[in-house]
Design a protein around this ligand. Structure first.
Ligand code: XLS
Ligand code: NI
Ligand code: NI
Length: 434
């Protein structure tokens, strides 16, 4: 037992807790919403990197956090794990996620990094078993080290492609070993800064082959979890290949992977791409590739990935509305890929951030479930498309030619009459639930 969270009791559901007390005021793990326990709907996960590895730097200043486990030794890596699992015990969330680089010190050689990693994986395995915390997903950090500065799978240098393959293989093995439910690939530096030195077609082909190999390997080792791609339009590179859900889908189609790979959609990335979160969720669901979410928002004024904890209930409600409409999570969940603000120094800030975010999601989920049950939005949506029930209109979508569809118009039988979209009425409707 470390003393990092000394004096902080486990957070429990208590809607009447005094204002200054850490408590869940909305997240009640066992409460049944739309036929399922809240915990099983939301499937919360803590992200190791932001909470335990990030030192609090920004482009103008370095470390603000002073954590006793900072440093590149195995002993400190184990201390970091001890503290992480103490936080999991306080929060009681069922899952967590890691990158290899978050949990193990980098070695001088590939072999040394691998040894460090495998040792820590066993350490985590013991802790997971003792505590019952599960791995939502594992992933490889193929973007921080300078060897990845020009990309991982899309690097002009095939040696970096090979290094990346070896790294993903180890991370997939480890995820499998720990019973992880998904494996994520976020295209960290899979993109480019300038076309002046970039062969875009070559790099896309490399990325496609790489992903095929990952999927082949997943089947070879019998990993039953989902392979998830996490789209992001820019940052760190100016043009990321995995721009948004629609872009990734066309990429998957090109490489024959659209039934093998699903999406991990991050709210902040959706915003960077000029979309709303719910747009990206609805798009993934429409394309049959919805998987999981990273529930961290961006600031609407600054155009980068600020990775803030969610605190906007109406936004969360619209997001979970799409999640529920998509049938809810299967292997996926709600990962807080979110970091504290760099002035939030105290251990208590870490707990408050997660507990508050879980409450925001819980309120969003409850509102979403209530809207679905009420059926108001779905009834209006259905009525709006009712014309397509006409047999003639259905035929147009099946086999009619352009001239056949045109003929009733030519014959003066069709004269479209505009109808109100009723957006404000629907916005008022949503407002009743949030
Ligand atoms: C960065 C991404 C990253 C992924 C995991 O913007 O969100 O944190 O979730 O590599
Ligand atoms: Ni992100
Ligand atoms: Ni993310």
């Amino acid at each position: 037992m470390t003393d990092f969270f000394a004096g902080i009791a486990p957070v429990t559901f208590n809607p009447d807790a005094p204002a200054d007390e850490l408590a869940y005021r909305h997240y009640n793990a066992d409460e049944v919403i739309a036929g399922k326990r809240m915990e099983d709907h939301l499937r919360f996960a803590v992200a190791w990197w932001h909470s335990f590895a990030w030192p609090g730097g920004d482009p103008f200043g370095g470390q603000t956090f002073e954590r006793p486990w900072f440093g590149e030794t195995m002993e400190l890596a184990r201390l970091k794990a001890d503290v992480a699992f103490e936080m999991f015990a306080i929060l009681g969330q069922p899952y967590y996620c890691w990158h290899d680089a978050d949990i193990r010190p980098e070695g001088a050689t590939f072999a040394e990094s691998k040894r460090n990693f495998e040792e820590i994986i066993d350490y985590l395995g013991t802790k997971m078993e003792a505590q019952g915390t599960k791995l939502l997903w594992g992933t490889a950090n193929l973007f921080s080290h300078r060897r990845f500065m020009s990309g991982a799978a899309t690097n002009p240098d095939p040696d970096v492609f090979a290094w990346s393959a070896a790294t993903v293989r180890n991370c997939l093995d480890a995820t499998h070993k720990l019973g992880g439910e998904n494996y994520v690939l976020w295209g960290g530096r899979e993109g480019y800064e300038t076309l002046l030195n970039t062969d875009l077609a070559q790099e896309r082909a490399q990325a496609g082959r790489f992903l095929q190999m990952v999927v082949e390997y997943k089947h070879k080792i019998g990993f039953k979890g989902a392979i998830l791609i996490e789209p992001k339009p820019q940052e760190p590179t100016k043009h990321q290949y995995d721009y948004d859900v629609a872009t990734v889908y066309s990429f998957l189609k090109e490489f024959g992977l659209e039934t093998e790979v699903q999406m991990n959609i991050e709210q902040g990335h959706a915003i960077l791409a000029g979309h709303s979160f719910e747009h990206e969720l609805a798009m993934a669901s429409a394309l049959g590739i919805f998987g999981s979410i990273d529930m961290n928002r961006n600031d609407y004024q600054s155009g980068w990935d600020t990775d803030q904890f969610p605190n906007n209930v109406p936004e969360a409600a619209l997001a979970y509305y799409e999640v529920l409409k998509a049938g809810g999570f299967t292997t996926g969940g709600t990962n807080f890929d979110a970091k504290l603000r760099r002035q939030s120094l105290d251990p208590k800030d870490l707990i408050a951030a997660h507990a508050g975010a879980m409450d925001v999601c819980a309120r969003g989920l409850k509102a979403a479930a209530a809207m679905l049950e009420d059926g108001g939005l779905e009834a209006v949506r259905k009525a709006r498309y009712v014309g397509w029930q006409r047999p003639e209109a259905q035929g147009w979508l099946r086999s009619a030619t352009l001239e056949e569809v045109a003929s009733p118009v030519e014959a003066g039988q069709i004269d479209p009459q505009p109808r109100s979209g009723g957006q404000e009425i629907l916005e008022n409707y949503v407002n009743r639930f949030v």
